[in-house]
Design a protein around this ligand. Structure first.
Ligand SMILES: Cc1cc2nc3c(=O)[nH]c(=O)nc-3n(C[C@H](O)[C@H](O)[C@H](O)COP(=O)(O)OP(=O)(O)OC[C@H]3O[C@@H](n4cnc5c(N)ncnc54)[C@H](O)[C@@H]3O)c2cc1C
Length: 404
């Protein structure tokens, strides 16, 4: 592992301040409204695009020009400190972009990633559609089929995806589908469904517990035909890979594991941002609120809660930064990316709940932000690998055994 440095460089400090200012000035004041509306906050996406915070160039800068790996978690912590629902609306297209970058050729990345964002005058969205009604954690059980039509050099997609961020309202959908049902998770491939493709429609739009400014819906694929070039990677590489799997040749399981681990610190940093928002708010509140003639923070029971929150949040951030650094060098040993995501999700749920306790009745009503932060935090135990799936990954990594 490269050396872990806790000092941010000048560029990262500027980035942190820049995102924080946008979160404080633009996102926070709008958070309650968009949570209530349960809609994508288009005007905020436009503002983010105008300053360059929403756009493929920003993502490319974060991914490519940062040898430390810390820029992304630093930026995301600030963004989600502002609001997680709006933060997810800004970051949702990144899931599609990451899917394209993970499997696509460089030509495909250049063609499709910019289309996931559009520009400040014409903001676009991307969606990454993997989960299905009968298969979330169990990725080997996806049923959405992709069949190659040799006569037209097209792939035909059929199936239903669910819980998809930006699903059905995105311009570019990246869809994971089964090309060889006998090979389980190894018989899948990813496809780009270009804007306006016939047969792709939005199913149910979900009303959610938290991150309600982020759109989540089903995506129905009914005889969706996409050109051969929309298979991410290439047909030759896919055929070669499938032939290797059928012959029982070792596939690049280790490389895939390193890639998954590398995406987790970004999610963990979002959870740290929510936890920190709740901690800072409840700390100030505890100093101001008086009961029995003194500020409530003067009670050990309150100040110890805050002491634990500060400690846990720092622990979660340290795990996140360690994993981000390891992600740069793909040097994970014991699923440190999963450790960061597991810890940060738990800390976000726990800290926001403690913050509600500190605010008493004010913690329970929607006029104050803490109940929203608590609702938002819970998703971090669920998506991008549930709490139990992270434990499974860590359990397998530390034991070297196929824990079930
Ligand atoms: C708001 C939101 C946004 C989302 N965005 C996207 C998106 O953009 N794209 C996308 O593809 N998906 C998305 N998802 C889907 C998300 O990734 C899944 O919900 C998640 O992976 C869990 O799958 P599931 O809901 O089917 O639960 P299940 O897999 O059915 O799990 C149910 C419970 O069983 C447990 N469990 C399952 N298997 C095991 C096991 N082997 N050992 C122990 N426990 C187990 C789980 O931990 C969980 O507690 C989103 C979900 C939500 C709610």
């Amino acid at each position: 592992m490269s050396e872990l440095s806790l000092s941010l460089n000048e560029d990262q400090l500027q980035l942190q301040k820049w995102v924080h200012d946008f979160a404080e000035d633009v996102i926070r004041p709008a958070a309650h409204e968009w949570d209530q509306r349960e809609e994508t906050p288009w005007p905020i996406l436009e503002q983010a695009a105008q300053i360059g915070l929403y756009g493929w160039e920003f993502m490319a800068e974060m991914m490519m020009n940062d040898p430390t790996g810390l820029s992304m978690p630093v930026a995301l912590e600030e963004l989600f400190w502002g609001d997680a629902g709006i933060g997810m609306s800004i970051m949702g297209s990144g899931l599609a972009a990451a899917g394209i970058a993970a499997s696509g050729t460089s030509e495909q990345v250049m063609e499709w990633v910019p289309q996931c964002y559009g520009d400040a005058e014409n903001v676009k969205l991307g969606a990454y559609a993997a989960s299905e009604p009968d298969a979330g954690s169990d990725v080997g059980a996806y049923r959405t089929r992709a069949v190659y039509d040799e006569a037209t050099d097209e792939w035909v997609l059929n199936g239903t995806k669910t819980w998809i961020t930006n699903g059905g309202i995105a311009d570019v959908h990246v869809v994971v589908a089964v090309v060889d049902p006998e090979l389980g998770a190894k018989g899948q491939a990813s496809f780009v469904v270009p804007p306006g493709t016939k047969g792709l429609s939005m199913g149910q739009k979900f009303s959610k517990h938290g991150i309600r400014a982020s759109h989540t819906a089903e995506v129905v694929l009914d005889d969706v035909r996409v050109p051969g070039r929309c298979l991410l990677g290439s047909k030759e590489r896919l055929d070669e890979r499938l032939a290797g799997v059928r012959e029982g040749k070792a596939n690049n399981r280790q490389a895939a594991m390193q890639t998954f681990e590398a995406t987790r610190p970004a999610v963990a940093a979002q959870a740290v941002g929510i936890a920190r928002a709740a901690y800072e708010y409840s700390l100030e509140y505890a100093k101001e609120r008086h009961a029995f003639g003194k500020p409530i923070i003067m009670n050990q029971s309150i100040s110890f809660m805050l002491a634990d929150m500060a400690t846990e949040i720092d622990a979660a951030r340290l795990l996140t930064w360690r994993a981000a650094l390891m992600g740069k060098t793909k040097s994970f040993k014991n699923a440190e990316g999963s450790m960061a995501k597991l810890k940060a999700g738990r800390v976000a749920v726990w800290s926001t709940e403690r913050a509600m306790q500190i605010l008493g009745g004010y913690g329970y009503v929607s006029e104050y932000p803490v109940e929203r932060w608590h609702r938002d935090a819970k998703i971090y135990d669920i998506f991008e690998g549930t709490e139990q799936i992270q434990q499974l990954v860590i359990g397998r990594a530390i034991s070297g055994m196929r824990i079930e």
